[in-house]
Design a protein around this ligand. Structure first.
Ligand SMILES: [Zn+2]
Length: 421
């Protein structure tokens, strides 16, 4: 048994398993190529003067245009790229959470654990039983780097940013300004929301996700060009995370349930801020429950090994052609949006838990809730509903799998997706 599993419960984060499953049938030799771990402080001087300055300038202009378009003031301060020496400098330059630090780890593989490993619902990043520390110079395969760091944007880097005036992101358009929900505007894009809802709540139109994808791929390209392959694949994994997020229906649709009834309630309430305050748990509970359910199910399937029900949809989805990034994003959101209503009602019918629809209850605060108990029970009690729900999840995952394979192939070939970024 791996030393990371000694506490008796382990679960991988979902992006890691989506990436592992999506690439499981791929025979690309480059996925097994191995590259040494390089600390960020050693990466920065290796790329200084080789394009980092231009990338940062371009990225800051990109953010300025977005923030000005949103009508917020531009109070951003810029760090001369020549002064980028430390991890803190880099975090400031990319406008990430200054309290966050980069971890040097790899995620354990299914072969490294026992099959009876029980479920850990925490979904926390490293350190944790799913991760093993790595050291400078230690070699990791491209597959390991991708499977590890495609979860990294969920480890805190995009949280607590709206209260940092010098970053200039402006006020949080939705979610909170601190904590987990504050990363939402960087991880969701409601591009196909109901037009009336968009008019009633214009802040839902705001998203920084595309800028996050673009800077991730631009840095990846720079790293590859400078022979810094570890960081090239780590930044590719970041971009992959944001794109995979868009295949999740609750990241693509703000209100996937009772749309017209809910919209008329918002319109009648008049004050959206007050309405959102009173009803935010209705949406948050479903979003969290869906992620907890998929997290549990994909972990269970990977721990069981043979007969993993999620590998076929992840590996056999349609192959999107390389297109400009904006089209890729729009297509991903469109597909997820089209599934959102059926996934949402399928989830509610399957779980049949009145608590989830109680606006005074917040699943995120309920430490007693055990998805590894409620979901197997729901599967036993309502097998037909479970089958219907899984069929819809498979449709979402086929999109995630196709995107993953496309991004990884483009990263290797420096093709159109990256040129556009
Ligand atoms: Zn995310």
């Amino acid at each position: 048994m791996n030393e990371g599993t000694t506490n008796g419960s382990l679960s991988w984060n979902t992006h890691s398993l989506l990436t592992r499953g999506s690439l499981s049938m791929e025979q690309f030799p480059f996925l097994e190529a191995r590259f040494p771990v390089v600390r960020l402080e050693d990466f920065l001087p290796a790329v200084a003067g080789k394009g980092l300055e231009q990338i940062l300038q371009w990225y800051w202009d990109l953010l300025d245009r977005k923030v000005n378009h949103n009508g917020n003031c531009n109070s951003r301060t810029r760090i001369p790229p020549a002064l980028l020496r430390t991890e803190g400098d880099f975090i400031e330059a990319i406008k990430l959470n200054p309290a966050n630090r980069f971890e040097y780890v790899r995620v354990v593989t299914p072969d490294e654990i026992t099959r009876d490993e029980c479920h850990d619902p925490s979904r926390l990043g490293p350190p944790g039983p799913a991760y093993v520390e790595t050291h400078v110079g230690e070699e990791l395969s491209v597959r390991e780097i991708l499977c590890t760091f495609c979860d990294e944007p969920d480890w805190g880097m995009d949280q607590d940013l709206f209260d940092i005036d010098r970053y200039g992101y402006g006020p949080a358009p939705f979610g909170g300004s601190t904590g987990l929900s504050s990363q939402a505007p960087f991880h969701v894009a409601f591009l196909f929301e109901n037009p009336l809802l968009r008019w009633l709540v214009p802040s839902l139109n705001q998203s920084f996700l595309e800028e996050r994808v673009r800077i991730s791929f631009a840095l990846a390209r720079l790293a590859f060009n400078c022979g810094m392959d570890y960081w090239g694949w780590r930044f590719t994994a970041w971009g992959l995370h944001y794109l995979q997020d868009l295949t999740q229906p609750y990241h693509a649709k703000a209100l996937p349930f009772f749309e017209w009834r809910m919209i008329s309630r918002i319109a009648l309430a008049g004050n959206f801020t007050e309405f959102a305050k009173k009803n935010k748990n209705l949406l948050r509970n479903r979003h969290l429950l869906f992620e907890a359910a998929v997290h549990f199910l994909v972990n269970e399937a990977f721990k069981n090994g043979a007969g993993n029900i999620f590998v076929p949809p992840l590996t056999r989805g349609p192959h999107p052609q390389p297109v400009v990034l904006r089209s890729l994003i729009r297509n991903a959101v469109k597909h997820a949006s089209s599934l959102a209503h059926r996934i949402d009602s399928g989830l509610i019918n399957l779980m049949a838990d009145p608590k989830i629809e109680d606006p005074s209850y917040y699943l995120g605060d309920d430490v007693t809730y055990r998805i590894d108990e409620t979901l197997p029970k729901a599967r036993r009690d309502r097998p037909d509903q479970f089958e219907r729900f899984i069929a819809m999840v498979h449709r979402g995952l086929s999109n995630a799998g196709a995107l993953t394979r496309l991004v990884v192939a483009c990263a290797q070939g420096s093709s159109l997706l990256f040129n556009d970024a």
